[in-house]
Design a protein around this ligand. Sequence first.
Ligand SMILES: Cc1ncc(C[n+]2csc(CCOP(=O)(O)OP(=O)(O)O)c2C)c(N)n1
Ligand code: SF4
Length: 251
Amino acid sequence: MDMSPNMPKSWKVSSKPHKFCPGCGHGMVLKVLGQCIDELNIQQDVIFGCDIGCSLLSWDFFNTDSIQTHHGRTNPVLTGIKRVRPDKICIAYMGDGGGYAIGSQHLVNAAVRNEKLTVIVVNNCNYGMTGGQMSPTTLPNMKTETCPFGRNVEITGNPTQGPEMVAAITGEGAYVARGTVANLRQLKKMIKSALENQINGNGFSFVEALSGCPTNWRTNASDTWDFIENKMTEYFKVGEIKTPQKAEVKQ
Ligand SMILES: Cc1ncc(C[n+]2csc(CCOP(=O)(O)OP(=O)(O)O)c2C)c(N)n1
Ligand code: SF4
């Protein structure tokens, strides 16, 4: 009987087991990303860029060209690479802090310019790597290290709706969606559509993945899934938001 683990062909086997905490969503997102790279047969052409944050633990995850950037700078670094090598498939991978806080201006400008990149933001409602501080996507009243009594939206504003913002400012041909690790089949379809959109040269491609951080949420398996499936989706609606076939923003 074959007992070897069922890993995507594009994964770098020597860097496994990976370094994410048990139950972390990052590994699940990277698994479906690996499956998409395999199915689209683009491993030789991919340039994978990861941010600072727990996403940096993916710097040696794939057997592809990879680059690890400063916090929030993955989008401009990958934009530069894509502009000099438009034949490459550039994937920018980051957390909600990297995408919507320190790197927000880069996301906005890449989206406005409709850069032909694929951006994946893993939304776990906090700054995971630095110990669970409040991030732009921390839910109203959610407790974190820096809002121990719960996020007060009167003071800190409402959580960032990343895909909705990107869909509103990016151009024709863009693909924008929000998936979740609670529905990996759907998330895989979205990431595949985003990569196909870049392969076809249509425009900016953006997928947010709702994900879990049990270490900082201090949740057991059942509470982690309840939070992802029920609490996060009260605020963050899962689905395709903009597709190149349908230029207008889906409601
Ligand atoms: C310029 C800069 N500012 C701050 C930090 C500290 N820092 C490291 S990771 C991080 C937050 C990461 O959170 P997020 O992007 O949401 O990713 P996660 O770890 O949750 O996957 C911060 C603020 C840094 N490394 N560099
Ligand atoms: S701290 Fe959170 S986001 Fe980071 S690896 Fe652990 S569970 Fe994942």
